[in-house]
Design a binder for this molecule. Structure first.
Ligand code: TRP
Length: 330
């Protein structure tokens, strides 16, 4: 499907293996879109260094996301796969765009405040700049659709505002990207608080987890006495049934909820069935991944070719932006 006019862009932070939140929130939507549009799917390693990270594992973590992308079904014949740091134009454009946005608004963003509270000793310029770099990621390719989770909406607002500000000051240049919502756009944490996230211990199931590991993780999800009674509207039990809905269907989740209210349920059965449903979806992905792991050299070769193409497209935007902003051109 690829032509040089890119329509879709999305990225995942390079924090190692993907979990179900990444898979349902982004990768599944990405796979759906690659059959209809020209897409770029990135591993955003420059974003990954804004919170504490291990330099000895950054490369491995980056490749692990790429392998999970490919195993899950992103097709390098259809989509361009990017490693963000291999296209330095992201940083250049981010700098230009940063001059169009007030610091005070960045300081007010919920994601910035959360990270600041989570890592008080790591409040760096990169963290504040995160949304500007993310805006540059998408605007660099003039993509209009962004498959990401609903938690990213504030960042997309910033992106659109930056695009509007640029167009107003320097002439019509950028489209205002929209979020492409997926079915699993919000995957809750197994702990019952917030969303499934790599930075929240015990909250996630990885795409590479075995049936045993999935069972063990689900076993740790705190439960109640199983009814009968009013079904909880938040907390771990509520989240557990959100996962049932995502992996076994809405009908099955409703059925359980009904039983909870009238006669009560046994969590042992619920968790066993859920673990099996999750593993059934992950098993073919894991088989494909094992194949890919045998030949990581060709994966790296693919990344090198794709990043070359991407740098060429990105450079066009950078040059257009520099010209419109009035820079010397020699
Ligand atoms: N902030 C996104 C997340 O945490 C990752 C990201 C960075 C991204 N740049 C992007 C997503 C550009 C979509 C488009 O999920």
């Amino acid at each position: 499907m690829f032509n040089s006019k890119i329509q879709v862009y999305s990225g995942t932070r390079a924090t190692g293996r993907l979990h179900l939140g990444n898979y349902l929130g982004m990768v599944k939507g990405a796979i759906e879109l690659q059959n209809k549009y020209s897409c770029v799917y990135s591993v955003v390693d420059l974003h990954a260094i804004t919170t504490p990270y291990d330099k000895d594992r950054l490369e491995e973590n980056t490749l692990n996301v790429v392998l999970d992308y490919l195993a899950a079904g992103l097709n390098p014949e259809k989509s361009l796969i990017e490693v963000q740091s291999l296209v330095p134009q992201h940083m250049e454009l981010a700098y230009y765009l940063g001059t169009l946005y007030p610091v005070s608004r960045l300081e007010d963003l919920p994601t910035y405040k959360e990270k600041k509270a989570q890592f008080p000793k790591y409040v760096n310029m990169g963290l504040l700049y995160y949304p500007v770099l993310m805006a540059a990621d998408v605007l660099l390719y003039k993509a209009s659709l962004v498959p990401v989770g609903v938690d990213q909406e504030p960042h997309l607002e910033v992106m659109r505002e930056i695009a509007r500000n640029f167009n107003r000051q320097y002439g019509e240049t950028f489209v205002q990207p929209q979020r492409f919502a997926t079915k699993g756009e919000y995957v809750p944490s197994l702990t019952g608080e917030g969303k499934m996230s790599k930075t929240r211990e015990g909250s996630f199931i990885n795409l590479t987890d075995s049936l045993e590991e999935i069972k063990n993780k689900l076993a740790k999800v705190p439960t109640d006495n199983g009814g009968p009674g009013k079904f909880p509207t938040s907390g771990p039990v509520h989240n557990l049934f959100k996962l049932v809905e995502l992996f076994e269907g809405k009908g099955e989740a409703e059925e359980y909820k009904h039983r909870y209210q009238v006669s009560g349920i046994r969590y042992q059965d619920v968790k066993k069935e859920l673990a099996e449903a999750i593993f059934k979806e992950l098993e073919p992905i894991q088989d494909k991944r094992r194949e890919l792991e045998k030949d990581t050299d060709s994966v790296k070769q693919m990344l090198s070719e794709h990043s070359k193409k991407l740098r060429a497209i990105a450079q066009e935007t950078v040059e257009e932006v520099k010209e419109k902003m009035g820079f010397i051109n020699i």
